[in-house]
Design a protein around this ligand. Structure first.
Ligand code: ADP
Length: 629
């Protein structure tokens, strides 16, 4: 029979896995048992929705057996099974996420050191090849007469042929690799080893995992004679962890459960376990990962929670349970309010589901707040991973969720150079301070060097450093916090200047009106006006803006793919009239107007550069400087 080849990327991933130094080979059993359990869930779910009678929950089971002579371990289930086509499709390509990862890579081969991806992506079935020299899958789909066998010895391909199987379900026969000095594969044939693995990884599986064990028992009718009897024993307790009492579960158990079920290799940073009764009755077990998944901030990422109805998995990734701003949350919800007999489309409109989602949203928020208050350091780590998503949440939906989210926000701040919440900022505000000040830029260091930042900080006011594109939009949507308005340091009115200073500035503007008008003309529409600055100390110039669009926003908007380039900030060129340069210009204005034009241009470009904006004509700029030099 002709051997079929795995798809190209699958083959590479498989190769990598089989030959890896991955230490956690034992997880293969967990993966196969989860698949078996899923297959039974699928069938059970179908019996309910399609009204198939004659099958009940109790009929499902997973059976394990070993054969020491043949060196095989067999895992059998009576789930939904696979047709010939399904065998080909499901086992002919390695799980999508895994192969996609490889496509996304730069084309270089990954080596064994990067093997953590196995933990991350749960490559499922293929993990069997970490311990197997051959795998045979015999499967018969529910409702079909024929069974098929799929065999493979690894990366060199697989064969499919007809087979026999009495009932629907799948049997996986693993022929173990030969023992080596480092790895004793035959251990997986030992009863104690299998027991331990089931306890460790698969205890919560809701179907019995059975194995035939032999025990010595007192012979009936005797007092000291023993005999070996074999019997089927259920190895798992079958109670799902989320139904257990919180105080019966250790942190390790939660962490392990998370890692086993949500394709992560790191412990979660936060666990939320809650049960609710009343308007909605459900158990939820939620996790916040400690690192954002590699595709988190891309279109490929899918949010959602597993959804169980009275213990039966009815949906693997239910989007409607999570708002976008909490899309990083992983976990599951199990509710007895949901009808099993419900199609996925109907589920979307289910009122009960909406109630649960609302509850969860509140719960997640309050748990995150607790997290922020009780474990600030870890919360800051969380914020670095997922804060951007929450800020998008503030900005999205026209600010509908400001109230819900604003307490969760952290910004870097000039106060001890730490992260701060808005509440903390307000609590530290000076008596005479009217606004919450912020400044935008690429990095905290760059912001600190902005001329306008100097002034605010010199006044002793705290300054928030906004370094992400979304930040300023978030501010604009929030507008205020606890009745304190936000003010960007480049806004035209900062309320930092005394009335006298303002008078003085006005006078300067009047005195220099001709010159400023001339400079404005020279800039040919690039600025709305040129004026004397009240905010500059050591720098000669800066740019400020009038109206709603700031320089930072102009920058961010210009990056949008569908950028409407007409959206520009209304810029004002502010001149430090106490600066030497200003004297030079005033003198030149009397003698050499052409030169004033050149200088104006240079100053304007300088101001752009300080703000991190691109200049229109870098070559002309460079030439002008050379000429002067
Ligand atoms: P995943 O479980 O992440 O989808 P796997 O590689 O473990 O990836 O399995 C691929 C697919 O093969 C599964 O999605 C399922 O459709 C099918 N499959 C695996 N094991 C079984 C089984 N015991 N019974 C029925 N189908 C199975």
């Amino acid at each position: 029979m002709a051997k079929k080849q795995f798809k190209a990327e699958s083959k590479r991933l498989l190769d990598l896995m089989i030959n890896s130094i991955y230490t956690n080979k034992e997880i293969f059993l967990r993966e196969l048992i989860s698949n078996a359990s899923d297959a039974m869930d699928k069938l059970y779910y179908r019996t309910l929705t399609d009204n198939i009678s004659g099958l009940s929950r109790e009929d499902f089971q997973i059976f394990l057996s070993t054969d020491k002579e043949k060196n095989t371990l067999t895992i059998s289930d009576n789930g939904i099974g696979m047709t010939k086509d399904e065998l080909e499709q499901n086992l002919g390509t390695i799980c999508k996420s895994g192969s996609q990862l490889f496509k996304n890579e730069t084309g270089e081969d990954k080596n064994a050191e990067d093997i953590d991806i196995i933990g991350q992506f749960g490559v499922g079935f293929y993990s069997a090849f970490m311990v197997a020299k051959e795998v045979e899958v015999i499967s018969r789909a529910f409702g079909e007469e024929e069974a098929y066998s799929w065999t493979s010895t690894g990366a060199d391909g697989y064969t499919i042929r007809e087979a026999t199987r009495d009932t629907n379900g799948t049997t996986i026969i693993i022929t173990l690799k030969d023992d080596t000095d480092d790895e004793k594969y035959t251990d997986y044939l030992e009863e104690y080893r299998i027991r331990t693995l089931i306890k460790k990884y698969s205890d919560y599986i809701r179907y019995p995992i059975k194995m035939t064990v032999s025990t010595s028992k007192l012979k009936e009718g005797t007092e000291d004679e023993f005999e070996e009897v074999t019997e089927d024993e259920v190895l798992n307790t079958m109670s799902p962890i989320w139904k257990k009492n919180k105080n019966e579960i250790s942190t390790e158990e939660y962490n392990q459960f998370y890692k086993d079920n949500f394709y992560d290799f790191q412990d979660p940073s936060l666990v939320i376990h809650s049960s609710t009764e009343g308007a909605a009755t459900y158990n939820a077990l939620l996790f916040v990962p400690s690192k954002a998944p590699f595709n988190y901030y891309s279109k490929d990422y899918e949010k959602g929670l597993k959804l169980y109805a009275s213990g039966v998995l009815i949906m693997d990734c239910c989007k409607d349970l999570l708002p976008d701003y909490f899309s990083f949350v992983k976990g599951l919800v199990d509710s007895s309010d949901l009808s099993l007999n419900i199609s996925r489309e109907m589920l979307q409109q289910d009122r009960q589901l909406g109630v649960i989602a609302k509850h969860l949203e509140k719960k997640i928020k309050s748990e995150l707040l607790k997290f922020q208050r009780n474990n600030r350091e870890k919360y800051e780590e969380f914020w670095k991973q997922f804060g951007m998503q929450i800020k998008y949440g503030v900005y999205a939906d026209f600010g509908m969720n400001v109230e819900l989210l604003s307490d969760l926000i952290l910004f870097e701040s000039s106060f001890e150079d730490k992260y701060t919440t808005l509440e903390e900022y307000v609590s530290r505000m000076k008596e005479d301070q009217k606004y919450i000040y912020y400044a935008c830029g690429d990095s905290v260091d760059k912001i600190k060097k902005l001329p306008q930042a100097e002034l605010v900080m010199d006044k002793g006011y705290e300054l928030l450093f906004l370094t992400e594109g979304v930040d300023e939009f978030t501010m604009k949507v929030m507008r205020q916090f606890q009745d304190k308005e936000f003010r960007s340091i480049s806004d035209d009115d900062l309320d930092l200047t005394s009335d006298e200073d303002k008078e003085a500035q006005k006078k300067k503007d009047e005195d220099n009106k001709d010159l400023f008008d001339f400079m404005k003309e020279a800039l040919d529409g690039k600025v709305a006006s040129v004026k004397a600055s009240t905010r500059l100390k050591s720098y000669p110039v800066c740019l400020s803006t009038e109206g709603g669009i700031s320089l930072e926003m102009e920058k961010v908007l210009a990056l949008q793919p569908d950028a409407d380039n007409r959206v520009k900030a209304t810029k004002v060129l502010e001149i430090n009239t106490d600066h030497k340069i200003f004297n030079t210009i005033t003198e030149l204005y009397k003698t050499d107007k052409e030169k004033v034009k050149t200088y104006t241009d240079l100053l304007y470009n300088q101001a752009l550069l300080i703000e991190g904006m691109p200049i229109d004509d870098p070559i002309a700029f460079a030439n002008s400087i050379c000429e002067l030099m």
